[in-house]
Ligand binder design. Structure first.
Ligand SMILES: Cc1cc2nc3c(=O)[nH]c(=O)nc-3n(C[C@H](O)[C@H](O)[C@H](O)COP(=O)(O)O)c2cc1C
Length: 261
């Protein structure tokens, strides 16, 4: 496996130089949606996830039926209210890992291809927040994202865009750069990159949850940004005015955390 890792590092050497950051999670000009909207909440704003992910044999995970980034999207869907558009290539990429690396390295990148994808999203205008994510291929987002961005030229300029993805060590900073290149006027929030080999771990799920929470996208986000209680961990539910919560639907605080019922 180590040999394979060295191979894509060597094969992709020239473009890897463009990859930015490698920490998980990545902090990229952290601004939460709360600050953006000034109302402390992403509620009422519609969010869309656009992603690409390749199933098959991959780096450090063997042969997978669902791609690494697709798993990350599952977590996002679990914790945030989002619609999803998957970019599916018209011609599938090789499912063999090294064949795919060689194809991307020898054909897709040098020929500056714009791979076609199936269908399209017609109603981007209906969304305020757009998550964009996928794998890192040779230090950058797969070129199919360029196809998408060029088809939707300018359409994300007025949006809030949140880059994310999975990788084998390069980080996902190159998504942020590419998005800024195509949509210089978009508001780009903190990205999250997770290593593909650890995406199926419970800790990655928590990382995604915390990231969404920081940005104000988690399903429990409200206009309340921070709270404090005198008996922070007494297991009792309190209303926002500090009374005992009577169990009716609404917002309440328990053990220092905010809940919506
Ligand atoms: C063609 C190809 C090139 C890759 N190049 C890189 C790279 O330059 N840097 C990196 O960190 N990971 C690289 N990887 C690893 C993937 O980014 C990683 O496995 C990712 O989690 C795959 O996501 P997916 O299953 O959603 O497609 C590469 C993988 C493939 C298939």
């Amino acid at each position: 496996m180590k040999k394979v890792f060295m191979t894509w590092m060597t094969l992709c050497l020239t473009v890897v130089a463009f990859a930015c950051g490698s920490n998980d999670p990545e902090e990229d000009g952290v601004t939460s949606i709360n600050e953006q909207n000034g109302n402390g909440s992403a509620t009422g704003k519609r969010s869309l996830v656009i992603f690409f992910s390749r199933a098959g044999e991959n780096w450090q995970v063997g042969n997978v039926e669902r791609g690494n980034t697709a798993i990350m999207v599952d977590y996002i869907q679990e914790y945030a209210n989002v619609d999803v558009f998957e970019i599916i290539p018209e011609t599938p990429y090789p499912s063999n890992y090294m064949e795919c690396v060689n194809y991307v390295n020898d054909v897709e990148i040098p020929q500056n291809l714009r791979p076609a994808y199936k269908g399209d999203i017609e109603n981007i205008a209906d969304y305020d927040n757009i998550f964009i994510g996928g794998p890192i291929w040779c230090g950058q987002p797969p070129y199919i994202f360029r196809t998408f961005f060029e088809k939707h030229a300018g359409e994300l300029n007025s949006k809030t865009v949140i880059p994310f993805g999975t990788h084998g060590g390069s980080g996902v900073g190159s998504y942020t750069s590419l998005i800024k290149e195509y949509y210089p006027n978009a508001t780009v929030l903190e990205s999250l990159g997770i290593s593909g080999s650890s995406i199926r771990n419970e800790s990655s799920k928590t990382t995604v949850k915390n990231w969404l929470n920081r940005l104000g996208f988690d399903k429990q986000s409200t206009a309340v940004r921070s709270i404090s209680t005198r008996n922070a961990n007494d297991g009792v539910s309190y209303t926002l005015t500090g009374q005992h919560h009577n169990g009716q639907q609404g917002i309440y605080i328990k053990n220092g955390k905010k809940y919506i019922q």
